[in-house]
Ligand binder design. Sequence first.
Ligand code: NPW
Ligand code: K
Length: 217
Amino acid sequence: MDVLTAEEMRRAERDAIGSGAVTGLQLMERAGAEVVAAALAEWPALAAGPQRALVLCGPGNNGGDGFVVARLLRDRGWRVAIACSTTPDRLKGDAAAMAERVLSGADDLLPWTAEALSDWIAAGEGPVLVVDALLGIGQTRSADALLAPWLEAAPDVPAGLRRLSVDIPTGYDSDTGARLGEEVFAADLTVTFHREKPVHATLRAAGGHVAVRDIGL
Ligand SMILES: NC(=O)C1=CN([C@@H]2O[C@H](COP(=O)(O)OP(=O)(O)OC[C@H]3O[C@@H](n4cnc5c(N)ncnc54)[C@H](OP(=O)(O)O)[C@@H]3O)[C@@H](O)[C@H]2O)[C@@H](O)CC1
Ligand SMILES: [K+]
């Protein structure tokens, strides 16, 4: 099985977009749809009816995938909260476009604080799917500061969360599988696109599940 570096993955995306076969936004739509499909396949109980999801969106295109996931789950009738590590006006390109499709305004976001995250989870019943769309293959430095609100919230939230990372769990170097700082998002399932990246072997060796989904590249 081919394993791609981040640069090779970016090239595959660039080539597909450059050929005119697909746009970046379409790839992002496909990525979000595949994340939802993979989550429902991994946890069939989630497919039984509308559930709750907390989607954590970062500053880049990984966050853009998160906005797509949020929109698709809302379309299925789920209660979905979105928390963004940056303000929406600082998002760029495809991620900004996706945020615009899902947010009615900055008020539509949960505050990026541990209290807001744990309160939202505690305020409802039933399982919660937590989606890490903070950082993907663009991460090159420690994500400790970025992850702090979630990590502070996590010990206070009930057991039985389903934790899913989009593409790469936040905190890992895609090409080496090493931690970039002290902290990482502990994903039960990581959904990556097109081909595995080196980090995914590390995750599987540690007991994590990895799903590789086709986005038509
Ligand atoms: N159309 C497409 O191309 C498709 C892309 N796809 C998706 O996009 C993902 C790659 O997107 P991406 O390249 O934007 O990288 P991503 O990891 O989201 O963020 C990088 C940003 O974060 C920042 N930053 C970095 N480290 C940081 C840190 N520790 N703490 C804080 N900030 C940090 C850095 O900015 P900086 O601060 O360095 O200026 C930069 O702005 C990929 O994994 C897949 O999910 C799929 O949808 C398929 C179609
Ligand atoms: K991620």
